[in-house]
Design a protein around this ligand. Sequence first.
Ligand SMILES: [Zn+2]
Length: 169
Amino acid sequence: MFEQNLFDPEHLIRSGDAMKRISPVAQFATLSDRLSDSVGEVHWNLSASRDLNHRISLALELSANLVLKCQRCLGPLEYELNETRRFALFKDEDALPSLEDEEEDVDCMVVTGEMDAFALIEEELLLALPMMPLHDSESCHASSGAQEEEGELELKPSPFAMLSRLRNS
Ligand SMILES: [Zn+2]
């Protein structure tokens, strides 16, 4: 049941293979906490190569259909995630390039020995989520009609107005 998730980037390069897997969303606990429902799967493809400077670089492709939680009505919100991330690996912090030398779309990491693929994937999934997931205004309440929203009474003063009219009559 336990999937092999540790890998050595050097071995990955030498093998010439990519790690291409499908993992259940529910496996990523921190991610699941942020979701409305942890159904579905994460498709991922991790490959390693040497770049022109002989550094190890990793490419991680992620795709998943996630069910986020709308921050307005707390209802489920489907979200299609497609991300490609690139990393440059360094043996120690001294070898890290200065900030201005860093390529914009490449994350620099200090790595010695094995890496945890699941930890890397989960971190990148979390970074790729929208900060404030919201339905568009048309589908927001419709998709969760049974849920009473706090503050809804403030938004709709008309029932009170009607009530007071009845009392006064
Ligand atoms: Zn909503």
